[in-house]
Design a protein around this ligand. Structure first.
Ligand SMILES: [Zn+2]
Length: 98
């Protein structure tokens, strides 16, 4: 089942076992990781935001909701999911090139 919303969990280091629907955020290491929002493939999606213009733009609002930009295109995953994370919500895009 597709994930419609991610629950952010602020951690220092990402745990070994990841739960579906949780966005693990390490501000210390400048990276976020979640299981692909398709809910099926279970692949880890890593979105580093500490590497300047090659990473994602990470926004944490006053209510701790996370926005990642640009979109997340898991083209290399079997599901080929493509979506935005906007204030924790998954905004699904049609599959295809990012
Ligand atoms: Zn997937």
């Amino acid at each position: 089942m597709r994930t419609e919303e991610l629950q952010p969990l602020f951690v220092e280091t990402v745990p070994e076992h990841l739960e579906q629907g949780v966005l693990y955020v390490s501000e210390k290491y400048g990276t976020a990781i979640h299981l692909c929002a398709c809910g099926t493939c279970g692949w880890k999606t890593v979105t580093p935001f500490h590497i300047g213009d090659r990473g994602w733009v990470y926004t944490r609002d006053a209510e701790d909701r996370i926005t990642l930009s640009p979109s997340i295109g898991n083209q290399q995953f079997p599901c080929k999911s493509h979506y935005y994370v906007k204030a924790n919500k998954i905004d699904w895009l049609p599959m295809g090139p990012v």
